[in-house]
Design a protein around this ligand. Structure first.
Ligand code: APR
Length: 314
């Protein structure tokens, strides 16, 4: 991914501000994990097997077709498990260790920040995680941590023998997309079968409902404990010095609203994004920074005065 060079003057002024900052927020989005190979939601990459990813992320979609929705989430779990954290995940984890007044508000459910050993009490998972399963019934409180891939045998990715993470599959999908076809790499060769409800993940506690991914779907509330942690940080008398907005289109609320809340508490705003059109919803203000480029390159550079050099992990 080509990254434009970072403006030296802006970088110096950001470094000067960061070095004096005691209370810092970061708002993370799918662009943080893009260079780890995970697709974003909006724009290119937001399609899975011709389905708009967002249309599958609702309780209504799960109720209507749990097999389809589970295929989608099983595939995302598989891709996330294949991916590795990139230097930006490690840089943010290191900033958290160096700066106790740093909180990351992540919209990502891919588990990469956790695998980069981001301190858990400085990582607020606004939208949950792919690796937590919970009972689909609101009346049952069962939940579990689960990294099994596929999540149940019936959900094994139907590839007809083609590994969807292989170069062959990637080439085939890219060629189809060049021809204007909506083909995701998981589409290669074989259509997805409809799985009977009894073969989907079952709640072992109530024995009456399916398990579902422990992510926040459109129309659902954010986890109460996470909301409290975020509100406590934002409402503290000490104010906020800086919010770094990384790889998010900042279109989904309440997450996107935290940019303005931080601003109201005194924070200067720094945006890291490949696309310079993805501005904060309320627009730019005097003193904001915009660093265009791949988060995996830009974020370690931005944080260098506090965290030093981040070594690539293999
Ligand atoms: N580096 C930095 N930014 C990038 C990169 C990259 N390598 N690649 C893409 N981006 C930017 C895009 O320009 C876009 O602004 O990342 C952003 C991704 O935006 P979305 O796809 O909308 O993802 P996100 O903002 O995380 O979505 C928020 O919406 O679908 C729901 O719950 C889901 O958490 C998700 C939420």
């Amino acid at each position: 991914m080509a990254t434009p060079s970072i403006d030296k003057h802006a970088l110096d002024s950001f470094h000067a501000h960061l070095s004096q900052s005691k209370r810092v927020l970061a708002l993370l989005g799918a662009g943080l994990s893009a260079s780890s190979g995970l697709p974003t939601f909006r724009g290119a990459g937001g399609l899975w097997r011709s389905h708009d990813s967002i249309s599958l992320a609702t309780p209504e979609a799960f109720a209507a077709d749990p097999s389809l929705v589970w295929h989608f989430y099983n595939y995302r779990r598989h891709m996330a498990l294949q991916a590795q954290p990139n230097p930006a995940h490690y840089a943010l984890a290191e900033l958290a260790r160096k700066l106790p007044g740093f909180q990351c508000l992540s919209q990502n459910v891919d588990g990469l920040s956790q695998r980069a050993e981001h301190p858990p009490d400085q990582l607020q998972l606004l939208h949950g995680t792919l690796f937590e399963l919970k009972c689909a019934s609101r009346r049952c409180d069962y939940h579990e941590t689960n990294f099994t891939d596929p999540v149940v045998p019936a959900l094994a990715i139907p590839t007809g023998g083609v590994d969807p993470t292989s170069n062959e599959a990637r080439r085939e999908a890219a060629a189809a997309q060049d021809k204007g076809q909506d083909l995701d790499i998981s589409d290669v060769k074989v259509p997805i079968p409809s799985i009977s409800t009894k073969d989907l993940p079952q709640c072992p506690k109530c024995n009456a409902h399916l398990l579902r991914p422990g992510v926040v779907w459109f129309g659902e509330s954010l986890p109460a404990s996470v909301l409290k942690n975020v509100d406590d940080f934002i409402d503290a008398d000490a104010g906020i010095d800086l919010i770094i907005v990384i790889g998010t289109s900042a279109k989904v609320y309440p997450a996107a609203g935290y940019i303005d809340e931080a601003r109201e508490k005194g924070a200067r705003v720094c945006v890291v994004n490949m696309d310079t059109n993805d501005a904060p919803a309320s627009g730019w203000a005097e003193g904001d920074w915009l660093f265009q480029g791949d988060a995996a390159t830009v974020v370690p550079e931005l944080l260098k005065p506090v965290i030093g050099e981040i070594k690539a992990k293999v």
